[in-house]
Design a protein around this ligand. Structure first.
Ligand code: GLU
Length: 441
């Protein structure tokens, strides 16, 4: 069984990049009928906020990315403690006493010599007496995971293909701070083991974490899950953009973007498949395949999202939208206005033309006479617009714009808008006649 997880830190709102990662993990699980875990990475008590946990849940629900299980790292601290003790006993975790400034200095020296700034494992050189002396001075250690330099790190990445790291080229990662709090690396690995995660899909920025975590899995005596790292999301200019980092569900909702448009776009963006306005998730799932993901950054463009959204709105069935429509609008009303809107919110602007009141423009004397004639000619049938316009054409010799525009203006107050053939039956006979005759007052 496939088990994936989406593991946000509740230190802010989800942005479009997180949403994309969540979606892809959801899809991987959904494809196989597997488990999709929402894991709240809240070990950082200072920066984590309950309001963000709630917002993350609400956003995922709005997007329809339902999780089958929720976990919180803050409730699992004892488990991390136990894993830590075991790894420490096995000699894979060691205390280090360098201050931030000392580490910074070491980095600078290495960089100055043109060498990679890899931690020199100075802490491993300390004797027991030296460590005791540090602690006697009141210096609490932070803790590093000791990479095995003999154990090559290799995996077949679901997106990037064969990946290989030389552990000697990596710093032993700090996994725990001097105050006892956890950094991301170990808890995440422990959770992936305990929660039976089979597939870790995350951003490319985590590739070197994966290298380290693969050794952690092995040190814990388990086979690592499958890993895949997707190329990052960038703005349409091709740069990592600050704006994308703050663009989330609230902004999308405000612009009238449907969750299905976000899903359709983000499921295909950066893949070799075309972005299409597909509202049926089943269809998107059928074609979802990590093998189609490219290695170049995926470019996010608002205009593309808006195009996908409009196409999705134009194809939306009444049943999907009826609870969000203005009072009184029925299926025929939805169909009449649907081709004219870019977002569902815009329905009310057009629906006002039906319910009124409307503002008519000034008409010329000639048009006023024409409209008076129209009011008299109007008969009610299955197709009142067709009947009215052919009768008027016959009687007046008007055609094209001259024939149609004054009628549209008198009936709706607008120069353009929904198909009059659909709109007129919705306006109704009485209201239509009074709008046509009102111009002659
Ligand atoms: N909390 C981590 C993050 O948001 C999770 C990364 C992961 O998926 O392992 O970057």
């Amino acid at each position: 069984m496939v088990t994936t997880r989406f593991a946000p830190s509740p230190t802010g709102r989800l942005h479009v990049g997180n949403i994309r990662t969540a979606l892809h993990n959801w899809m991987l699980a959904q494809e196989e009928g597997g488990e999709f875990i929402l894991r709240i990475d809240d070990t950082d008590a200072e920066r984590s906020r309950e309001e963000y946990v709630e917002a993350i849940r609400a956003d995922l629900k709005w997007l329809g990315l339902n999780w089958t299980r929720e976990e919180r790292q803050s409730t699992r601290l004892e488990t991390y403690e136990a894993a830590f003790a075991k790894l420490r006993e096995a000699g894979r975790i060691y205390p280090a006493y360098e201050t931030q400034q000392e580490l910074e200095l070491k980095r600078k020296v290495l960089l100055g010599r043109g060498l990679p700034p890899i931690y020199d494992r100075g802490a491993l050189e300390l004797t027991a007496a030296e460590r005791a002396a540090k602690e006697a001075e009141g210096i609490q250690p932070h803790w590093r995971f000791k990479l095995d330099h003999e154990e090559a790190i290799e995996w077949v990445d679901g997106v990037r293909g064969k990946a290989k790291f030389d552990p000697a080229q990596l710093s032993d990662p700090v996994i725990r701070r001097a105050n006892g709090s956890w950094l991301y690396m170990l808890p995440s690995t422990v959770d992936d083991v305990d929660m039976g995660v089979t597939q870790v899909l995350r951003g490319e920025d985590h590739v070197s974490n994966t290298a380290v975590q693969i050794q952690m899995f092995t040190a814990m005596g388990v086979t690592p899950p499958a890993f895949a790292h997707e190329a990052l999301l960038v703005g349409k200019e091709g740069k990592l953009s600050k704006r994308l980092g703050s663009l989330g569900c609230d902004a999308f909702r405000e612009k009238g973007i449907e969750p299905e448009a976000i899903i359709a776009l983000l499921s295909r963006l950066g893949t070799s498949l075309p972005v299409e306005p597909i509202a049926d998730r089943g269809k998107l799932l059928e074609t979802f395949d990590l093998g189609t993901f490219g290695r170049a950054p995926a470019k996010f463009d608002d205009a593309e999202l808006e195009r996908v959204n409009t196409a999705i709105v134009h194809a939306m069935p009444f049943t999907a939208v009826k609870d969000r429509l203005p009072e009184g609008i029925d299926e025929a009303g939805w169909h009449a206005v649907q081709p004219n809107i870019a977002t569902v919110d815009e329905v009310s602007e057009w629906w006002r033309l039906v319910t009124g009141p409307i503002d008519q423009p000034e008409f010329s004397a000639e048009d006023r006479a024409y409209l008076a004639q129209a009011a008299e000619t109007l008969t009610w049938s299955d197709d009142p617009w067709g009947a009215l316009t052919s009768a008027l054409k016959e009687a007046t010799g008007r055609k094209g714009k001259q024939l149609f525009l004054p009628l549209r203006q008198a009936l709706t107050g607008m120069n353009h808008g929904p198909d009059m053939g659909e709109l007129l039956p919705l306006i109704g006979e009485e209201k239509a006649r009074s709008r046509l005759s009102r111009t002659t007052d």
